[in-house]
Design a protein around this ligand. Structure first.
Ligand code: SF4
Length: 317
């Protein structure tokens, strides 16, 4: 249950008038045309609200998860699979909805049997995310709320969530600062993300809670996408998790990298991951003692590429 009162929610929205929600600390007044790095305002700009069966099995559950994809982002990864909705420059696929419009769509998906609601890339839409949760609860809906984030989050912002998030699903992308800047335009990413993960781990620990259908109810799952040519970065990420948090954390080690047109001439980002690269990272995962979580096969890339011009982005290709 969200512990934020209506007054606290209002205060959270007021923060958008001098926005310091994320590590960019733009101080933009998002109620005006003076937008910050994320080019996002005070409304509900949504790339898609859809039922998704392709997450880790304990997240998708037997009926799928209702994912809400916010548009734009506080990072700009050159290789982003969701580029049709996440770019901060140029046209994107988006729906501008009211809060009621968002919640109506979520309810229709919950009526189809989904038990979890996942917020994808919410770091720059925290007040909106909290308002959606509060509204669903006011309508008597019980769901598991999942925050699927790039981990470029401020600890102070995570601490304001008031226990409303049941499952943290951060993606630890880099421990290599140079790579974070070059690939994602994210200064100080390792420092920011490791602090954010430490806070998530403080809140949830390594244990997860499952329901009677083996769907996650509460806990922390850390994702890491292995990038082509960047095995060392991946190994550093795994070492941070094992040595500074715990090797008992649930880890999702992803091999699904798929080049998008924007990186078609990049020396390494233009190709998929090689078997030997993934295996090297898997060996380190074993050496570090990880024993809970998920790995992928290298056939994964074709399966996971969404098309947000389609009403069902994960069923379109
Ligand atoms: S949420 Fe957007 S406007 Fe606010 S600090 Fe981050 S990038 Fe800047």
């Amino acid at each position: 249950m969200t512990k934020l009162t209506a007054h606290e929610l209002l205060l959270l929205f007021k923060k958008l008038h001098d926005c310091t929600l994320c590590p960019r600390v733009c101080h933009a007044d998002r109620s005006t045309s003076e937008l910050g790095y994320c080019q996002s305002g005070v409304g509900y700009s949504i790339g898609s609200i859809c039922l998704h069966h392709g997450e880790e099995p304990i997240l998708s559950g037997k009926n799928g998860i209702c994912n809400i994809f916010f548009t734009r982002c506080n990072m700009q990864c050159r290789f982003c699979q969701n580029y049709q909705i996440s770019r901060n420059n140029g046209p994107i696929h988006e729906q501008r909805l009211t809060l009621a419009g968002v919640v109506d769509q979520i309810e229709r998906i919950l009526d189809r049997g989904a038990t979890s609601v996942g917020f994808v890339s919410p770091s720059h839409f925290i007040p909106q995310m909290m308002a959606i949760i509060a509204s669903l609860e006011q309508r008597g809906r019980k769901a598991t709320f999942v925050m699927n984030t790039n981990a470029y989050d401020k600890v102070e912002t995570l601490a304001m969530l008031g226990g409303a998030i049941d499952v943290y699903l951060p993606d630890l992308k880099y421990m290599d600062e140079r790579l974070a800047l070059e690939y994602s335009d994210a200064p100080n990413y390792p420092q920011v993300a490791t602090r954010a993960l430490t806070e998530m781990f403080r809140q949830k620990g390594a244990k997860i809670e499952l329901d009677e259908n083996d769907t996650i109810r509460c806990g922390l799952i850390i994702r890491h996408l292995v990038l082509p040519g960047q095995v060392k970065n991946s190994i550093q990420c795994l070492r941070f998790i094992a040595e500074e948090l715990s090797p008992n954390v649930h880890l999702s080690l992803m091999a699904q990298y798929n080049p998008i047109p924007a990186v078609s001439s990049h020396p390494t980002l233009s190709r998929t991951l090689r078997q030997e690269e993934y295996e090297e990272v898997l060996c380190e995962m074993d050496r570090l003692g990880f024993n809970r979580g998920f790995i992928q096969s290298l056939e994964s890339p074709l399966v996971y590429l969404p098309d947000f011009s389609h009403p069902h982005p994960f069923e379109a290709r």
